[in-house]
Structure formats: structure tokens, C-alpha cells
Design a protein around this ligand. Structure first.
Ligand SMILES: *Cc1c(COP(=O)(O)O)cnc(C)c1O
Length: 394
């Protein structure tokens, strides 16, 4: 029995079976490379569902975590810590004037955003949140309700009230859905889980205008698009449309669990003492990690790298498209990349795994490639040559 097989057996016996897993037990990693427990090496262009956005075990993050761990790991949010103050300041300096609430995950960040919106709407009796079909906002009860995909909701009814879905990219549908109960519009600036769907800038601008007109909270879920992957620090900056509330998680902590809801202007002080909390939220250790992520993005000019490598990957994928009819479309915003196939992506993904390349497949037919923003040209070449070999088999 291999070491991997032993671990898989323990999972079968002791871990709830809530994920579709492949038999790969990862042991260590560096940058875009991971090794399994039996010593096999893989190129990881989907690091932890876009969590390790600056690469696995980024040296600056490791160092920050190690030195913070020796000093202080957690404090109650009834006290202050320097790391949380500095991280909130850094997030604001990189986004818009406002204030930050810290939690531990994307779902929690979105819960904070929706609670903020509801609290804001309460005096006028407004609570309904408009979200988009094919969206993904997390797995808590409220967030599976917010998510515009039936598959996450089935069997969990009754669901919380107050969410309606409209088709993504359709401004008229949003206008029609607004009524006297509406308080917010929530969407991902680029739908990632939904198949890499990039809206037109006019749509985003029209949403902003509508929310201003109707006094609605515009919430951008940047849990997956944030932290440089779009070519800017946050995807809203690509569109030039500033939300009222932005949520972050995934790559923010460089591998550690953190979530954040960032609110601006009249929304920044809506949540007051006693209205919302998180025991672990914004602990010194995760904040130190996130600060190191911001610092590395700046020092290593990773936004420029994301743009360069995004364009390069796109070019290389276009050449595969010219060669293989089964590639229908390539969609990307820098290093948010989707390759739509005319066949099931799962088989392609599994063949890639056998060849030592880790990517993802979403919405059945879309290969999702989310390289860390530290990715190099050589790594992209390697990945494309594996994809070339794999696609040749179909
Ligand atoms: C992953 C994701 C979430 C949920 O984040 P968790 O940390 O798993 O709770 C929410 N929104 C988007 C856009 C995501 O990609």
C-alpha cells in the first residue's frame, strides 16, 4: 500500500465525505510546485481553489507567520492588536476609503456584508438582496440561499427568506427585480465558479448607477477575484466601478484562513458593538500573513506579472484552440482563466493530473486555470505542453 492509499483509508473511515476527492495526498509545496506524500511532483495551476494566490508557502508569508507565532497568535477582539490595525489600513489604502470587518472565510465575509445591508435597510423595512444566477457565495445557509445555483440548495430547505436571483449581465432584469423591499445587489465582478463569466463594463456601471438611484448597497464578492488575480489588486478596479461593500478571503491570507468585509462611506459604521462578531476574526497571526501577501505583491511587482502572464497564457491557449476544435472559447481577465470545451472537462482534468498538472473544471465543461500570480513563463509553457498532449487524446 502506498502512503497515499493509507491516508485515503483513514479519510474513508474518519472524515465526512463532503468533497469529490481525487487520490492525491499533498505533503509539501513551494510556489507553483507541490509534492505528494509518495514523492511525486505536480505543477499546481489551481492552488487551493485560488487560496495560494502568491504561490504555496511564499517565503515572506512563512517568515511573517513564524515570527508572529512566537509572539502572539490570537487575541480577543475586545482588545487591540497592531497586525489587525495595519492590515485594515493596508486593505483600505489599496481599495477605497472605508472600514474593515474581519472573519475567517469567504462565506463569513459575505454574511457580514448581507447583515450590514439588512441592518442598513431595517429602519425602512427593506431586506431583500438581489443576486445572480450561476453565482457562488459560500456554503452557510444564507450563502447557499444567495448562491444562484440549485445544486447547493437542494435538501436544505426551508432556506432563509430575502434573496432573489436574476440572470448575470442583464441590467434590465435587475431593474425589474428591484421593489420596495430591496436593499442590496450582490455579485462577483467575474463569476469564477459559474464558469469564468466576465460582464461588460457598461453593466457594472449601470449597476452602480441603479444602486445610487435606489439607495441600494452594491456588494462585490471579490473572494476569488481579489488580491491581484485580475491584474489589479481588486477586480472592481479593472471595471472602474467602486462597490459599497467588498468581500475578500481566499488569497488574502496567503494560505491562512481569513475573510474580510470592506465597507465605505455611509456604510462603514452601520455595524456597531454587539451587532456582529467573530471569535477568531482578524487574529494577529492571519493578519501578519495577509500583510506579507500585500507586501510581496508590491515588492515583487506581481500585478504586472499577473497581467504579463495572463496575456501570455491566453496567447498560448489560443494556439491550442487553433489546433483543437473541442476548445470552444477562452475567457480570461489576467490570471482568471476559463477554457470552455465541447466535451466534459472532468476527463481532461483527470488526464492532466496523471501528467502532473493540477487545474480545475467547473460547470461541467469549463477548465478553470487560476495560476498563482507568481507564475513564470516556463511554468505556463510546461502546463500548455501537458494540455496539448492531453487534448490530443480526446
Ligand atoms: C470560495 C468562494 C466563497 C466561499 O468562501 P469560503 O471561504 O469557502 O467560505 C464565496 N464567494 C466566492 C466568489 C468564492 O469563490
Amino acid at each position: 500500500m502506498t502512503k497515499t492509499e493509507k491516508i485515503v483509508r483513514m479519510y474513508d473511515k474518519y472524515v465526512m465525505n463532503t468533497y469529490k476527492r481525487v487520490p492525491l495526498c499533498l505533503d509539501r509545496a513551494k510556489g507553483s510546485i507541490v509534492w505528494d506524500i509518495d514523492g511525486n511532483k505536480y505543477l499546481d495551476l489551481f492552488p487551493g481553489w485560488a487560496v495560494s494566490g502568491t504561490g504555496h508557502c511564499h517565503p515572506a508569508v512563512v517568515k511573517a507567520v513564524q515570527s508572529q507565532a512566537k509572539k502572539l497568535m490570537h487575541v480577543s477582539n475586545n482588545y487591540y492588536s497592531e497586525a489587525q490595525a495595519l492590515l485594515a489600513k493596508t486593505i483600505i489604502e489599496n481599495s477605497f476609503d472605508g472600514k474593515v470587518f474581519f472573519g475567517n472565510s469567504g462565506a463569513e465575509a459575505n454574511e457580514a456584508a448581507v447583515k450590514l445591508a439588512r441592518r442598513y435597510g431595517h429602519p425602512t423595512g427593506r431586506y431583500e438582496v438581489i443576486t445572480m444566477t450561476k453565482s457562488f457565495h459560500g456554503r452557510t445557509l444564507a450563502m447557499i440561499t444567495a448562491t444562484g445555483q440549485d445544486k447547493v440548495k437542494l435538501g436544505f430547505e426551508p432556506l432563509p427568506a430575502g434573496f432573489v436571483h436574476v440572470p448575470f449581465g442583464d441590467i434590465e432584469a435587475v431593474r425589474e427585480a428591484v421593489n420596495e423591499k430591496t436593499i442590496a445587489v450582490m455579485l462577483e465582478p467575474v463569476q469564477c465558479e459559474g464558469g469564468i463569466n466576465i460582464p461588460r463594463p457598461e453593466y457594472m456601471k449601470a449597476l452602480r448607477q441603479l444602486c445610487d438611484e435606489k439607495d441600494l448597497v452594491l456588494i462585490f464578492d471579490e473572494v476569488q477575484t481579489g488580491m491581484g488575480r485580475s491584474g489589479r489588486m481588486f477586480a472592481f478596479q479593472v471595471f472602474g466601478v467602486v462597490p459599497d461593500v467588498m468581500t475578500l478571503a481566499k488569497a488574502l491570507g496567503g494560505g491562512l484562513p481569513i475573510g474580510a468585509a470592506v465597507a465605505r462611506g455611509k456604510f462603514q459604521d452601520v455595524l456597531t458593538p454587539g451587532t456582529h462578531a467573530s471569535t477568531f476574526g482578524g487574529s494577529p497571526i492571519v493578519c501578519a500573513a495577509a500583510l506579507a501577501v500585500f507586501d510581496s505583491i508590491k515588492k515583487e511587482r506581481l500585478l504586472a506579472n499577473a497581467n504579463r502572464m495572463g496575456a501570455y497564457l491566453r496567447k498560448r491557449l489560443e494556439s491550442l484552440k487553433a489546433k483543437y476544435k473541442l476548445i470552444k472559447e477562452i475567457r480570461n481577465m489576467a490570471l482568471i482563466v476559463g477554457v470552455e470545451l465541447s466535451i466534459k472537462g472532468e476527463d481532461v482534468y483527470k488526464e492532466c493530473l496523471k501528467e502532473g498538472l493540477l487545474i480545475n473544471c467547473t460547470q461541467d465543461t469549463v477548465l478553470r486555470i487560476m495560476p498563482p500570480i507568481t507564475v513564470t513563463k516556463e511554468e505556463i509553457d510546461k502546463a500548455v505542453s501537458i494540455l496539448d498532449k492531453v487534448l490530443g487524446k480526446f
